[in-house]
Design a binder for this molecule. Sequence first.
Ligand code: ADP
Ligand code: MG
Length: 234
Amino acid sequence: NEELLINSEKLYVAGQLAAGIAHEIRNPLTSLKGFLQLLASGRKDTGTYYDIMKSELTRIEGIVSEMLMLSKPQVYDLSYHDVRSSMRETVTLLETQAILHSIMIETDFGPDPLWVYGVENQVKQVFINVIKNAIEAMIDGGAIRVRMRRVDDTVQIRISDEGPGIGETQLSKMGQPFYTTKDKGTGLGLMVSYKIVDNHQGNIQVDSQLGSGTTFEITFPFRYPETNSVKKSG
Ligand code: ADP
Ligand code: MG
């Protein structure tokens, strides 16, 4: 039942986006075709064509991979899982990229298991998208702080960065399909993340101001494993 719900949501989003995606992909394709014609006409490339063509291809690639995320006929493996593991894996995955940008990722997961019921890969995708944005925002380096706690019947995840912050106008556009301020952005990461969190009966909030950093607060219902014989700690 819950699976059906996730599936129909997914179809809805995909349908809604089809026109937008086609448009977003056609632009770089048109540009690629133009440069190919220039090269075919015998014009010499001083390196500029190559750079532009490569960045257009990267853009298409980015759009396609994020769309695959949505449309994968992937098994929706619903499970009770401790989101501390998903976060640990995410941090490991992104650490190299962070270090390259002089960024430290500090984690504080607390002592207790943080049980969530849902699709583990999708939840992990949300963590990846948000932390990746934080890394990309912090051009001068600094610290990203990840704090996770159980708060009453929810699992609360706070991700803070020391980036430039987000102004009000920008804040209201975030999560809209294809809204990006990056040259090579897709503007799909947050939209996908909001959708996933919503499908998990969770909540996501952004607290930010220009000049100070940004904090994403994600909450999921705390769902103790029913079929599991693990005893509540404490
Ligand atoms: P993309 O990363 O491809 O641009 P996203 O949907 O992930 O797409 O993010 C949309 C936009 O939201 C970004 O382009 C950026 O302007 C803004 N944004 C998201 N996270 C942050 C952050 N931590 N700090 C500053 N801006 C952010
Ligand atoms: Mg992003």
